[in-house]
Write a protein that binds this ligand. Structure first.
Ligand code: ZN
Length: 146
C-alpha cells in the first residue's frame, strides 16, 4: 500500500497520518477499529491556526465544547487520568464519571450543563484548564464505566 504525504493544514508538517503527529489537527475523520475512537477536531481551522501560532494546544475551549454538545452525541474528556462522558440522550445531556454527583447527572439543556456541571463540587467551567483531551467516544456505556 502506498501512502501519500500531505501537509498539515495547521502546522504544515508533512505527514502520512490522518491525525497530525506534530499539532494534532485531524485531516479527515476515519473510523478506527479500536473500541474507543478518537479523531475529530472540535475547533475551526482558523481557530486551530491561531492557537498553533500562539504555541497553544488545539484543545477546544469550554465554549467550543458546549457547541460540540449540540453536534456530537458521545463526547469524552480527560482530567488527570480520568475519562468523563457527556452523552446526548432523548431528554437532554447525560454527564457521568468519577466525582460527578451520584456518578451521573442529566441536564435538560446545554445552558443547564454550563451552569451546573461539576466534579467533586467544582464547576466544570472552572476546571476546564485541567482538561487534557477532548474526543468523540464510541462503544462506551455508562454502566461499564467505573
Ligand atoms: Zn499539524
Amino acid at each position: 500500500m502506498e501512502y501519500r504525504k500531505e501537509k498539515c493544514a495547521v502546522c504544515k508538517t508533512e505527514t502520512i497520518y490522518n491525525s497530525c503527529p506534530h499539532c494534532g489537527w485531524v485531516r479527515t475523520c476515519l473510523i478506527a477499529p479500536n473500541k474507543i475512537h478518537y479523531s475529530y477536531n472540535f475547533i475551526s481551522l482558523n481557530r486551530a491556526k491561531e492557537l498553533y501560532n500562539a504555541r497553544k494546544s488545539l484543545k477546544p475551549s469550554f465554549e467550543d465544547f458546549l457547541e460540540c454538545m449540540e453536534v456530537y452525541a458521545e463526547l469524552g474528556f480527560v482530567i488527570g487520568n480520568v475519562l468523563y462522558g457527556v452523552f446526548g440522550i432523548s431528554k437532554g445531556h447525560r454527564f457521568f464519571g468519577k466525582g460527578v454527583e451520584n456518578g451521573g447527572v442529566t441536564f435538560n439543556t446545554v445552558d443547564e450543563f454550563y451552569e451546573k456541571a461539576a466534579i467533586n463540587g467544582v464547576l466544570l467551567r472552572n476546571l476546564w484548564d485541567e482538561v487534557s483531551e477532548v474526543n468523540v467516544i464510541y462503544g462506551f456505556n455508562e454502566e461499564e464505566y467505573e
